[in-house]
Design a protein around this ligand. Structure first.
Ligand code: NI
Length: 247
């Protein structure tokens, strides 16, 4: 069930069956010369939307802007600073908790988001702790590539040239979902360099076309479909485990 295509009475009915909600979260940022700007929010959205076709889970609108300051020298990137991101995650969570959702499952598509999302959870819990009350909800963060079996499959599909940004696995997922938007380029070098992440000027000088350690030319819609199928099953399993009493 997709929240944005549901009504409030349908949402109220869902809350009688479950108080768990999945929030895809990512970033809108450059993904090399052939990766879609939306890659990091499209991947968790594609997986969550696929998962809800076969299971009674509720998927909230995608939180599609995140921690991308280091990509700002590439056009199309939109970034939140950490303090803004944390404040926004807090209000999303408080809104959902206000309706009675008690398990908030963030399915993440951007490694650069992890520290700040976890810090946002700590802020939410601290509010409750200092006030001496129960938070009334639990938050969980899972990266889509950490769902059961997914990382292993990506390693099998791309033993060389996977890298860490504009990876063939994430680009394959978007190619499967949006086959009319598959792009091509001559990569030079074929596998991009690796190194640290600092501010935007430093990033563009180190990684000329925006990739990090990857060869996106290895991606295919077929490989993306395999990843989505496995990840969607893993998401349902992870959501069911999270909504169990005491989890
Ligand atoms: Ni990415």
């Amino acid at each position: 069930m997709l929240l944005h295509l549901s009504t409030w009475p349908e949402t109220e009915d869902f809350l009688r069956r479950s108080t768990t909600v999945v929030v895809p979260i990512g970033s809108n940022e450059q993904h090399g010369p052939t990766g879609l700007l939306g890659t990091d929010w499209l991947c968790p959205e594609i997986i969550a939307h696929e998962a809800q076709k076969n299971a009674d889970i509720l998927v909230a609108p995608t939180f599609n802007i995140g921690m991308a300051q280091h990509h700002l020298d590439f056009p199309g990137t939109i970034a939140l600073r950490p303090s803004t991101f944390m404040a926004a995650i807090g209000d999303w969570t408080r809104s959902l908790a206000h309706h009675g959702f008690t398990k908030i499952f963030f399915l993440n598509g951007h490694g650069g988001n992890v520290a700040t999302i976890e810090a946002a959870f700590s802020e939410l819990y601290a509010d409750a702790s200092f006030a001496g009350r129960s938070a009334g909800f639990a938050c969980k963060l899972t990266n889509w590539w950490d769902l059961k079996g997914v990382f292993r499959l990506a390693q099998q599909q791309f033993p060389v040239g996977h890298g860490s940004h504009a990876t063939p696995s994430e680009i394959a997922v978007t190619q499967w979902a949006y086959p009319d938007h598959v792009k091509a380029a001559n990569y030079a070098p074929q596998i991009a360099p690796s190194g640290p992440i600092r501010e935007a000027k430093d990033f563009r000088s180190r990684y000329a076309d925006g990739r990090m350690g990857s060869d996106p030319g290895l991606a295919s819609p077929e490989k993306g479909g395999e990843l989505v199928k496995l990840a969607a099953a893993g998401l349902v399993e992870a959501v069911r485990a999270f909504e169990a009493p005491g989890a």
